[in-house]
Ligand binder design. Structure first.
Ligand SMILES: [Zn+2]
Length: 123
């Protein structure tokens, strides 16, 4: 008899970087590497593949947030250029990395939810 797994919220599993099927197992090994299988429910993550999807969305969405803030910073305070480098480079790097894990986990959960099979794309 197959085990029953109640439907998980893709938003919750994404934010927790958890398995989209059981909601318990950790999705990543390392920073952004998706495990081969779930350690709790043995779900095969190999059929779910987000490629650079998370990076694309983070670049587009995060830059849409950062660019207006940088423009406001410039027009409101008129700082020298080195202050911009000092402020925005760490904000961009740390923010993008911090958003990448939950966003990639959310994309994996969305693929699981909508039964996207990477092998089906070529058919
Ligand atoms: Zn699992």
């Amino acid at each position: 008899m197959a085990a029953y797994y109640p439907r998980q919220s893709s938003l919750k599993t994404g934010l927790r970087c958890a398995c989209p099927r059981c909601g318990q197992g950790k999705l990543f090994t390392g920073l952004l590497t998706v495990r081969d299988r779930c350690l709790v429910c043995d779900f095969d993550y190999g059929r779910l593949n987000t490629d650079d999807g998370a990076a694309f969305f983070i670049i587009v969405l995060y830059s849409a947030l950062i660019l207006p803030l940088a423009a406001w910073f410039q027009f409101a305070l008129d700082p020298p250029v080195w202050i911009h480098f000092l402020v925005w480079i760490p904000v961009i790097i740390v923010g993008a990395i911090a958003l990448m894990r939950p966003f990639k986990a959310w994309l994996v959960a969305q693929q699981f939810k909508h039964n996207v099979d990477d092998a089906d794309i070529t058919r």
